[in-house]
Design a protein around this ligand. Structure first.
Ligand SMILES: [Zn+2]
Length: 418
């Protein structure tokens, strides 16, 4: 890969660069005749380079960032287990079929197809949480009056948050970055989709000019942001990269006409936004017990990292790094752990109330149910249509009473009979 820079001289010792385990074997440079610099990266695998510039900071007057993406290889250190990935694919496909039928105005149609599939073994799968420490690398984020960098404190909080999830049976977390490098905003949401995340949480610290403001805030996507994102996803040129780049084709809509695609995305985004707001309320409640709240309600904004159409997402401003007192607190490992614990507890509280049907949490909840007269425990060989017919109710009613967003039944699952 060749990078030609105008009016530039070399000011680093390239032999001292740490290239271990990177795609770059060697960096070579040469002086161009016009007074510029040529940088050559000898790469050892196929890469997709992306570049952008960042505004000047104290250290540098010009900044060019070049990301080398590896096609086909996830940038996540600890990727999802292939079996779990398969289960998630099945769930997502079933949910999509459901939404399509609703969007097409014919909810019974999907029932007729999928409802005759026999109950499957309960996978007791983990709920997957994408933990996203904001900024990183060349982008330090906000900087406190005593020099604390947002990118460092949010990484600390994110690591503690991931650890809390990983210690909890039924949950697994991964980080969109696990050390000090920059990840593009769209890349963060793409990683969450690749890893089939059930939830995405981005960790930040606020800054304003005044030193006074303090406290935590929680953001979900705004309606305006959702609407403009729906438009963006529907724009043909963008579909090429994002919907196909949806990697697994989860949300591939290219076989649908435009009106249907619009309705489908609206349904998905509305459901996702409602989930985000409900979880945000829980997180805010827990944060309010350990920290002052800057805003007492979940705020809504059009942040790019919140724009996954199908993954509920929150952005947490943990505190004001511009407030010297809060800056000091954000640096402390104890306060970081408290913040992580509050965010963790809020998300877990939401999932305990609304566990995905195939999750370990749903299975655990159902262990204590099934004996009441209006409850039915799913057995091997059952199908949704049989269970409905056996109780003299419609499949619609059965699904609604149980909040089922797909037709897949799991052995051991307990259904409420309306
Ligand atoms: Zn930030």
């Amino acid at each position: 890969m060749v990078i030609d820079l105008d009016s530039t001289q070399l000011d680093v010792d390239i032999d001292k660069l740490d290239l271990d385990a990177s795609a770059i074997d060697k960096v070579r440079t040469g002086v161009r005749e016009s007074g510029g610099l040529r940088v050559v990266l000898d790469v050892n695998r196929a890469v997709v380079p992306k570049s952008f510039t960042l505004p000047p900071n104290k250290q540098y007057s010009d900044r060019l960032v070049v990301d080398l993406d590896y096609p086909g290889a996830s940038a996540v250190a600890d990727p999802i287990d292939p079996i779990e990935a398969m289960i998630r694919d099945q769930e997502i496909a079933a949910q999509r079929a459901q939404k399509e039928a609703v969007a097409e105005g014919d909810p019974e149609q999907a029932d007729a197809v999928a409802a005759t599939v026999e109950a499957q073994p309960h996978p007791k799968r983990d709920i997957i949480i994408a933990v996203d420490p904001g900024h990183g690398g060349e982008d330090p984020g906000a900087i406190g009056p005593n020099g604390t960098r947002e990118k460092d404190v949010v990484l600390g909080i994110a690591r503690k948050l991931k650890q809390r999830f990983d210690q909890t049976p039924g949950f697994k977390a991964f980080m969109t970055r696990d050390s000090d490098y920059y990840v593009g905003l769209r890349q963060r949401t793409l990683l969450a989709r690749q890893q089939k995340a059930d939830f995405f949480v981005s960790i930040h610290a606020d800054a304003v000019r005044s030193r006074q403001p303090s406290g935590s805030s929680v953001y979900a996507l705004s309606q305006g942001g959702a609407t403009s994102e729906t438009a963006r996803w529907l724009a043909a040129s963008e579909n090429q990269s994002d919907l196909i780049g949806g990697v697994d084709g989860n949300l591939s809509l290219d076989d649908k006409d435009e009106v249907l695609r619009g309705v489908l995305l609206d349904l998905t985004m509305t459901a996702t936004m409602n989930d985000s707001l409900a979880t945000g309320g829980q997180v805010l409640d827990k944060l309010g017990r350990i920290n002052k709240l800057h805003k007492s309600k979940v705020e809504q904004a059009g942040f790019v990292v919140l724009k996954s159409p199908d993954i509920p997402s929150l952005l947490v401003e943990t505190g004001f790094i511009s407030n010297p007192k809060e800056e000091a607190a954000l640096r402390s490992s104890k306060h970081q752990a408290e913040l992580a614990q509050a965010i963790y507890a809020g998300i877990v509280a939401h999932f305990r109330q609304h566990p995905p049907p195939a999750s370990l949490l749903a299975w655990q909840r159902d262990q204590g149910r099934g004996s009441a007269s209006n409850e039915y425990r799913v057995r091997a060989g059952d199908t949704l249509s049989q269970v409905a017919a056996g109780h003299g109710i419609s499949m619609r009613a059965l699904k609604q009473a149980n909040g089922l967003d797909s037709d897949i039944l799991r052995v051991g699952q307990v259904l409420t009979i309306p």
